[in-house]
Design a protein around this ligand. Sequence first.
Ligand SMILES: [Cu+2]
Length: 268
Amino acid sequence: MSRKWFLSLPGIAFASTAQAEWALNMRTGVTDLSAETYGLHMMVFWWCVGIGVVVFGAMIYSLIRHRKSVGAKPAKFTHSMTAEILWTAVPVVILLIMAIPAAETLVKLEDSRDPDITIVITGYQWRWHYKYQDEDLEFYSSLATPSLEARSKQSGIDPHTVDNYLLEVDHPMVVPVGAKVRVLMTSNDVVHSWWVPDLAIKKDAVPGMVNEAWFRAKETGTFRGQCTELCGRGHGYMPIVVEVVTPDAYQAWVDTRTDNGAQVANAQ
Ligand SMILES: [Cu+2]
């Protein structure tokens, strides 16, 4: 296993979207805010690269240019007002350049007013519960059976043969494309955290508290995530699957779920 990992290092260097599982960078996601978050991340990254090049460039240049073997003599000054002002002002300006767009995005992330749909998400050891506030609809979402069987000790099943191993559930959360979906997170036992990278949401689900987030998916598809707060023995076995579908498909799904959804919820 470790050898395979080592052999794939050259692949990491040339990672592309086709090698998503080995890509090092953040995902751009499927919402406007996930794209904005990605843009902020890249802006800060390039500032860091620039600062690294300037600082290490100056250090390496000084080490070579002013080395003792070419007769360099140490400077005698002990204080420089110009240097003090510059190395205070320049970082402040750089931080402001980063902070202003970051604050704008944060304000948008927090603005969950006027949602089209509100879903209460409750963390359990070790599964998620979804309750659609405007529909008579609630259900548990647990690790799908193929993953569950493969993860069992001495199951004899190779996890590589299981599609979306540990990232598949029995009942995904379904939402319509283009709708503003507000999610309210809480927990029934310990602290969990609801994380779906493509939706740019990573929020703690804390017992006795309600945290809030929202997203508006721009495209249909299946988006996966995981609990990202170490919540006990089954922490790795409570994935999240969000299916973004067309409004018609969403309505059809609600209709089928409300016919038998209550029974499913009661049965668990
Ligand atoms: Cu958890």
